[in-house]
Ligand binder design. Structure first.
Ligand code: DX5
Ligand code: ZN
Length: 226
């Protein structure tokens, strides 16, 4: 087990929630001990799926006191920054693969006073973004190919998570290391032991047969015992 890790957070992804009852379902994970709410924004171009816009962020904020993360699976993310910040986004996660001028994108997000998080897809090497690490509040390592909930945690993920963790420690940074995709009661410990500090889980929470509260409890127990 690694030492000196920050407190590990659970970030429910509402992609697997009932979209017709989003507010209630955000409240339910909030009351069950979530640390932040992960909102998957998909534009039908960067990924095939389509989800929400900034108004969804504004509306779900009425149902939770927790920070809201917008995971921007969109092309041309720079165009969206102002609208999502104005809607109340606290953490903006932008994909490296969607950026044409990464330094400018990072500066734009940070100039709005919110947290800047950079995501990398499974096929993107961490070495592509390592030089920007000191500018980031969070790195998101995708542990599935983005676009759909309910996929299997890729076997190559622990090694990649560990290499990001190692770089954060070597540089004495306190960058959050988030992991997204295929997190469930089995894989959550693997990701945490590899060095993740924020675990996103969608289907493992919202599709759990015993309900949201029990799902959250079982993920937290796994984390506490890992
Ligand atoms: C996938 C999204 C994830 C997704 C995770 O592209 O970014 O946040 O909701 O879903 P699960 O936890 O079911 O893999
Ligand atoms: Zn996501």
């Amino acid at each position: 087990m690694m030492t000196n890790l920050p407190k590990i957070k659970i970030a429910p992804s509402i992609l697997s929630a009932d979209f017709a009852r989003l507010g209630e379902q955000v409240k339910e994970v909030t009351d069950s001990g979530a640390d932040l709410i992960h909102v998957d924004i998909m534009d039908g171009h960067f990924v095939d799926g389509l989800t929400w816009g900034p108004k969804t962020i504004e509306d779900i904020k009425k149902w939770t006191h927790l920070p809201i993360e917008a995971h921007m699976m969109v092309d041309n993310p720079d165009k969206q920054i102002n609208a999502f910040v104005n809607a109340g986004t606290d953490i903006m996660t932008i994909h490296y693969e969607a950026c044409s001028s990464l330094a400018n994108t990072i500066a734009s997000v940070k100039s709005r006073g919110i947290k800047m998080s950079l995501a990398i897809n499974p096929d993107t090497n961490f070495s592509n973004i390592e030089e920007y690490l000191h500018l980031l509040d969070q790195v998101l390592v995708m542990t599935v190919h983005p676009g759909l909930p309910g996929q299997k945690f890729l076997d190559t993920s622990p090694k990649k998570i560990s290499s990001v963790r190692k770089s954060i420690e070597e540089k004495c940074l306190n960058t959050e290391l988030e992991v997204d995709g295929g997190i469930n009661a089995e894989t959550i410990s693997i990701a945490a032991q590899a060095g993740a500090s924020v675990l996103v889980a969608g289907s493992a929470i919202y599709d759990h047969p015993a309900g949201i509260n029990n799902a959250m409890k079982s993920l937290r127990e796994k984390l506490d015992s890992s």
